[in-house]
Write a protein that binds this ligand. Structure first.
Ligand code: SF4
Ligand code: SF4
Length: 285
């Protein structure tokens, strides 16, 4: 059996108009604070990670998933991508995956994380046949990381500045290495923040390629209100495309990312329809 059937709209761009994904927003807390992120729970007009219109308990998420799958046969992939970090909420995330496996053994499971607290769970994820993993890494140099991350919470302590960034980066790199050792398909996302890490992204791509990552996704920062990067001007398409061209020497590039919300449903580019938002609200009660 092919462990990676080619029906993942994010990892297999050729099928992105054919197959869709659903995100189950079961992970509200985060264990780091990125300086570009402001998590809001009730915003139907914004499409970016960290945004969801509701949070579900694992049991609610399965009932909601059943209903969505009944209505939308294009969905082949179920992901957990927040609105916080899946492994700042490991109990909820793993319970959701266990329930999915019991009820939908053939569904592809995908997860996206900042990589801080994944290592203790990799073996269990592999046993649950979670196959696709995205780690977001924005720096290799802790000095640059310190400009991107306000704090990192690990083992009940808070780390700031270069100490926090160093801890996070070390664990991200080890996570990519171990995910590959366990047979996952691994994509690395990097948020391009002009004036901060534009010269760092190439180092991230080169390092994770050495560790065996499969795919790279360079995403221009989204200037979010209430963050220190709210006034930053995102890199132009020309700059991003030029960078992606250079990065191709290390890894295949994803150029069809649509910055999905933590509760996105449907084909890539489809966020949360009014109908799905209503369903989500119903199942979150
Ligand atoms: Fe926001 Fe994700 Fe960063 Fe957490 S890891 S602060 S949810 S962007
Ligand atoms: Fe997986 Fe990210 Fe695609 Fe969601 S958007 S299905 S988490 S790769």
């Amino acid at each position: 059996m092919n462990r990676f059937p080619t029906h993942h709209p994010c990892f297999d761009p050729e099928v992105r108009h054919q197959f869709g994904r659903i995100h189950l927003p079961v992970a509200p807390k985060c264990n780091i604070q990125c300086n570009f992120c402001n998590r809001k729970y009730d915003c139907l007009n914004e499409s970016r990670p960290g945004v969801t219109s509701a949070v579900l308990q694992p049991e609610q998420a399965i009932l909601y998933l059943e209903e969505v799958l009944r209505n939308d046969p294009r969905i082949t992939v179920v992901g957990v991508a927040g609105p916080g970090d899946p492994f700042a909420n490991p109990k909820e995330t793993l319970k959701t995956f266990r329930l999915i496996r019991e009820r939908f053994p053939r569904l592809t499971i995908c997860v996206a994380s900042n990589g801080l607290n994944v290592l203790p769970y990799i073996q269990e994820l592999a046993e649950l046949n979670v196959t696709h993993f995205t780690v977001t890494m924005n720096a290799i140099d802790p000095e640059i990381g310190a400009k991107i991350y306000a704090w990192v919470r690990y083992a009940k302590s808070i780390y700031r500045g270069t100490a926090g960034a160093e801890l996070l980066i070390e664990r991200q790199l080890e996570t990519v290495r171990q995910l590959k050792a366990h047979g996952f398909r691994v994509k690395v996302n990097s948020i391009l923040i002009p004036g901060v890490n534009e010269n760092e992204i190439e180092r991230v791509a080169s390092r994770v390629a050495e560790l065996g990552a499969d795919y790279f996704n360079c995403i221009p920062v989204y200037p979010t209100a209430g963050t220190i990067f709210e006034k930053v001007i995102p890199a132009s398409d020309e700059t991003v495309n030029g960078l992606r061209e250079r990065l191709k020497q290390y890894l295949p590039q994803m150029a069809h990312c649509t910055r999905c919300r933590a509760d996105a449903v449907g084909l890539l580019g489809e966020g949360l329809s009014d109908e799905s938002a209503q369903l989500l609200a119903e199942y979150s009660r």
